[in-house]
Design a protein around this ligand. Structure first.
Ligand code: IMP
Ligand code: MG
Length: 243
């Protein structure tokens, strides 16, 4: 099943209207210590850096001279946002909205707001930043909420877009990459709160989320580490999936 080094990139299943910018020509294997969990790298750190630079240039041009407020959704945007912000040389203010869905799986669940916006956005230009536009349920609710605050205009920027999964009529103005229907992790994106720290966007091995108790699939060393974490987190808000 695993991708062979040097194999030409093939979409594993189904047809996909391919508009995937910077599509890797070859499947890239993740570093050795992630291979048990990550099937292959979908977007490398170099491709991410290039695309973030291009997005920043476009945003700078569109918001020059405006009173810009960036509203980022927690927690999935942290890595992408930090890289994007460093590339933006225009005056702006930053605030966050915290959204969580109950359940740690791959399907969206009921939204819970864990942090409300504090900056005043009325009459201002708002750029909403999210990690991935999937069904569109999160962003459509966020847009309804923000529209009530009467901003001058609102634009959406997402790192990833999975158009084949959309159920709500919402689209983004700035898109890093359109991707096929894979469950991806890394560069801020999680599965059950893990993998946010990967420096690339990778496709999780299906066995990782088919089996919710995936710890036995890990190496002995990682298993010990994770089991330690599990015990110390007992009693915390462990079933909240943070954005
Ligand atoms: P939506 O409400 O269905 O558009 O989903 C948006 C949220 O679901 C994102 O902000 C992510 O937290 C999560 N999500 C959707 N697809 C993925 C994925 O492939 N990997 C990780 N998280 C995802
Ligand atoms: Mg998430």
């Amino acid at each position: 099943m695993g991708a062979r080094r040097g194999a030409h990139f093939k979409l594993p299943t189904g047809r996909f209207p391919l508009k995937f910018r910077d599509m890797p020509e070859r499947i890239q294997k993740p570093p050795r210590h992630w291979r048990r969990e990550i099937d292959f790298i979908l977007i490398s750190r170099e491709q991410l850096a290039r695309r973030v630079r291009a997005l920043a240039r476009q945003i700078e041009k569109d918001f020059a001279g405006r009173d810009l407020v960036i509203v980022a959704l927690l927690n999935g945007t942290v890595v992408f946002l930090a890289d994007l912000l460093r590339r933006l040389s225009l005056p702006l203010r930053l605030d966050f909205i915290g959204v969580s869905s109950y359940g740690g799986g791959t399907e969206p669940a009921e939204l819970v707001f864990t942090k409300e916006l504090r900056l005043d956005v009325s009459g201002r230009d708002v750029l909403v930043v999210d990690d991935i536009l999937d069904t569109g349920k999160t962003l459509s609710q966020i847009m309804v909420k923000l529209r009530k605050l009467r901003p001058r205009r609102m634009k959406i920027c997402v790192l990833l877009d999975k158009p084949s999964r959309r159920t709500e009529p919402v689209s983004a103005h700035y898109i890093g990459f359109k991707i096929p229907n894979h469950f991806v992790v890394g560069y801020g994106l999680d599965y059950a709160e893990r993998y946010r720290n990967l420096p690339f966007v990778g496709v999780l091995r299906p066995e990782m989320f088919k089996n919710p108790d995936f710890i036995p699939l890990l190496s002995r060393k990682k298993r010990r580490l994770l089991q330690g974490v599990k015990t110390t987190m007992e009693g915390g808000a462990k079933d909240l999936n943070h954005g």
